[in-house]
Design a protein around this ligand. Structure first.
Ligand SMILES: [Fe+2]
Ligand SMILES: [Fe+2]
Length: 297
């Protein structure tokens, strides 16, 4: 049942990124409990994205590419995916290592091949492009991937495609991070020109952000591990063990919307008690508007 002028979304994507797990749940930089943060994320995702059709993890799954770190990611996220009935799409980031990632996540294929994938979820296609460059932290893709991408984007289903790539094809606010940007934008734009890509989902920068690339919305999920802090004193790069988040991306026939959800468990208070919400739900549409939208005279 929809309360407003819009229908329910045609497809829902739970989008998280940059989990940066270490083997055995070791603390990142000796400080950040990325395992605990992902466990919190999983529980919150189970509630906030219970209607998700797919879970997208847009790279930097492991911090050092360890097999055990990928196994841990699976152990934490697969039960949630099973509970909500959504497949997981794993994308590779610059901290990931293809052979370990392929093996430990059960992705199959040649160990050294890019971790590219395509899956249709109802009328939506999720195309995941491996933007990592082995041996480097900046992003790009090769000619074989370009051919693969052209084929994956051809003849899209009714809702079009969503492209997942770790490195966002955008200008970066952090000057130093521009060294680690996606460096094949021209070729990507040519390939996207012919397709029906509704949105590009990325991570890498550990910030919530958005922009456009070739007139396509680009949506960044903040990391679940730690956030980049652009408010820290320059010129150092600063991170904070706070404000971790994930996104819920909704695909409609004529629109794409995304919402940022706090990833870590925390105290929250009811801004509207449950019994009032239940009353509003029971009303007919006109009475509901009177009850919830009308301002007192
Ligand atoms: Fe990252
Ligand atoms: Fe990254």
């Amino acid at each position: 049942m929809s309360f407003g002028m819009h229908p329910e979304p045609a497809a829902v994507i739970a989008h998280l990124s940059d989990t940066h797990l270490l083997a055995g749940g070791a603390l990142l930089a000796g400080l950040v409990d990325t395992e605990s943060h992902l466990r919190d994320t999983a529980e919150r995702l189970r509630v906030a994205a219970a209607d998700a059709d797919v879970i997208v993890v847009s790279g930097d799954v492991a911090d050092l590419g360890e097999r055990e770190a990928y196994a841990l990611a699976r152990e934490i996220l697969e039960p949630v995916a099973a509970a909500i009935g959504a497949p997981i799409v794993w994308a590779a980031g610059n901290h990931d290592e293809r052979p370990q990632m392929r093996t430990a996540l059960g992705l199959g294929g040649d160990p050294l091949d890019p971790v590219d994938s395509v899956v249709d979820v109802g009328d939506l296609r999720i195309v995941s492009l491996d933007s990592s460059m082995p041996g480097w932290h900046h992003g790009g893709f090769d000619e074989g991937q370009a051919e693969w991408l052209a084929a994956a984007l051809a003849e899209p289903p009714a809702l079009g495609s969503v492209l997942v790539m770790h490195h966002p094809p955008l200008p970066y606010r952090s000057k130093l991070m521009r060294l680690l940007e996606f460096r094949d934008e021209g070729r990507l734009a040519q390939l996207l020109d012919a397709g029906d890509v509704r949105a590009i989902l990325s991570g890498h920068l550990h910030v919530n952000g958005s922009g456009t690339f070739a007139e396509i919305p680009v949506i960044l999920a903040g990391a679940t591990s730690y956030a980049d802090d652009l408010g820290g004193p320059p010129p150092a790069l600063h991170g904070i063990d706070a404000t971790q988040s994930f996104n819920i991306v909704e695909i409609y026939a004529d629109s794409v919307a995304h919402t940022v959800v706090p990833a870590l468990s925390h105290e929250s208070r009811e801004t509207l008690p449950a019994h009032i919400v239940e009353q509003v739900v029971q009303l007919d549409p006109a009475a509901r508007m009177e009850r919830f939208s009308r301002k007192p005279l």
